[in-house]
Design a binder for this molecule. Structure first.
Ligand code: PGA
Length: 248
């Protein structure tokens, strides 16, 4: 297993263009990263190109929060994986729970986006997670397995391309109610087994959902948790620096 630790910052729609630029500049100036940390920020589409330029000579990569699976055409409001790649992205979040639940993205669409990301040489970060209702009705494993199978069944994963999954229970996102680290580790193990069975590739699996400077270490201590995908606490320099410090 890789000793690298992944620290991914999902800025969601928290920061406008100038706020994103200011945070990117602060990161570029303030943060020195040990080699074992892989860091990426996911700014809004509007800020992505400039943030990518600002971070160009740093070890911090950028990623898209969402992509569309067709390259070009009459799709008002959409941005393709190729366009994001040209704007400087390395990664793309695919199937974030806010996309699945607020914008009704289906498992089938998630699969199309995974394929589009690979075709554009982006590394997709495939997000999976159960709702509170699914957890309470003992459907957690079934939900995750369906999401994973749909994303990876019969896919030819390119050699040397990282396979990254983020386990983000929907009830833990933006609620302050983080998943118990023991339960998160159990889910990561389950996801790992399933991804290996489907693709033959050992995945990198990140935990996401109310990660804060106070709790991040509890996740990182687990063998199958390779890093974190952080929302609210990644959108300001103080809490982000405190999280980074836990990785050192
Ligand atoms: P949160 O979001 O850290 O604000 O809970 C995590 C995510 O949605 O990726």
């Amino acid at each position: 297993m890789s000793d690298k630790k992944y620290l991914f910052a999902n800025w969601k729609m928290y920061l406008d263009h100038s706020e994103s630029e200011a945070l990117a500049l602060a990161l570029a100036k303030k943060l020195t990263l040990p080699e074992h940390i892989v860091m990426a920020v996911f700014p809004s589409a509007l800020a992505l190109s400039d943030v990518s330029k600002t971070l160009k000579d740093t070890p911090i990569s950028t990623g898209a929060q969402n992509i569309y699976w067709i390259d070009k055409g009459g799709y008002t409001g959409e941005i393709s994986a190729h366009m994001y790649k040209a704007a400087g992205c390395t990664y793309a979040l695919v199937g974030h729970s806010e996309r699945r639940h607020i914008f009704n993205e289906t498992n089938h669409e998630v699969r199309q986006k995974v394929e589009a990301a690979l075709a554009a040489s982006l590394v997709p970060v495939i997000c999976v997670g159960e709702t509170e209702h699914e957890r309470q009705s003992n459907k957690t494993e079934e939900t995750i397995e369906t999401q994973i199978r749909s994303a990876f069944h019969n896919i030819a994963w390119p050699e040397n391309k990282e396979l990254i999954v983020a386990y983000e229970p929907v009830w833990a996102i933006g609620t302050g109610q983080a998943c118990d680290p023991v339960e998160a580790e159990r889910m990561h193990e389950l996801i790992k087994k399933q991804v290996i069975a489907l693709t033959g590739v050992t995945p990198v699996i990140l935990y996401g959902g109310s990660v804060r400077p106070e709790n991040v270490q509890q996740y990182l201590n687990n063998p199958n948790i390779s890093g974190v995908l952080v929302g609210a606490a990644s959108a300001n320099i103080e809490s982000w620096e405190a999280i980074v410090d836990s990785f050192r």
